[in-house]
Structure formats: structure tokens, C-alpha cells
Ligand binder design. Sequence first.
Ligand SMILES: [Zn+2]
Length: 205
Amino acid sequence: MEAASGGEPPPPPPSALPQPNSSPPPTPTPTPTPSRYESQKRRDWNTFQQYLPNHKPPLTLARCSGAHVIEFLKYLDQFGKTKVHVTGCPYFGHPNPPSPCACPLKQAWGSLDALIGRLRAAFEENGGKQESNPFGTKAVRIYLREVREGQAKARGIPYEKKKRKRSTVTTATIVSTAAAVITGEAGAIDGNTNRTGVSVTAEIV
Ligand SMILES: [Zn+2]
């Protein structure tokens, strides 16, 4: 005769999370989910935090300057999806090029501008002082402006509502001679623009 089967009862299943003793009963109202802006801001902040130690040489937030922020923005360009034509491209200044070209994809100015706004806020929400906020420096503002102007020219998209009616003549010409442009005529290119908006770093001190 063997000993009675059964023995010990199976251990209880791991119960749910331990409950704090003094928590109030949950209220029936649903907790407000963070807004898209808030969660995007958190993601951006995390991305930047991860970028710092991977920087060569590694950076800390305290040592981060406006020039480093600009470096970060340029680093992000590799993940961009916005075609920015170089001055030598026949589609420079074309809002809707008729065929693909080899020009690089970059982050659109609007994305960078919004990103900097979120990071600037996150920096101060995480204990940073306004006067030492690298995202609010003049260098970053200048860089963003150069990107905006460079992309506006390269993509033929005006970001400002300025009355520059004189240049609309060129637009009309481009439309009417679109077929000629496809066949390789480069005469429609605005020849006096040789700045591409991405050559700022050298001047940042
Ligand atoms: Zn191009």
C-alpha cells in the first residue's frame, strides 16, 4: 500500500500584483490618457536621452549645447522622408517633380521645428533651467530658419506668406515648360541659389 496520493496541494497561482494597503478604491471615471503631444514629447525626450551617451564623445545633458542639438537634428536627417533637391538637380525648386531623382531625403523643416518645441519644453519639465536650455539657443533658431529657407527653395514650397509676386512668373514658366524640363532642359533652375541650408555648423561657437 502506497501512501495516500495527493500530498500537498498545488501552490497557488502567482496572484496579481500586490496591492498597497491604503489605496483608495478606484474611481469609475476613466483616467485621462496623455495627449498625443504629451506622449510624443516623452518619446522625443527619451530618444534624445539615448542619443547623448551614444554621441562620440559621449555627452551629458548638462554639457549639451546648441551646437550639439544641431548635430542631433542633422543625425535625424538620415531617417527623414522629405526629398530636398540639391542645387544641381533639374528638379530644384519643383514642388512636384515628374520623376524620381537621387537627391537626399531629410527631415522636413516643420518636423524639426515641432520637435525642437517639444524638446525645449521637456528640458524644462525635467528640471532644466530656461537660461541653459540648449533647445532654446539662438544657434538652433538660426539653424531652423536656414533649413526652412533652404527647403522652401529646394522644394519650391513657400513657408512664408510674403508677397513675393515677382517670383511667381517663374512658377508659371515652369508649369508651361514642364515637358521641356522632363527632357533634361535645366534652364528653369534658379541659378543664383547656391546655399542648401545645411551648411551651418562651422559657424556655431
Ligand atoms: Zn532632386
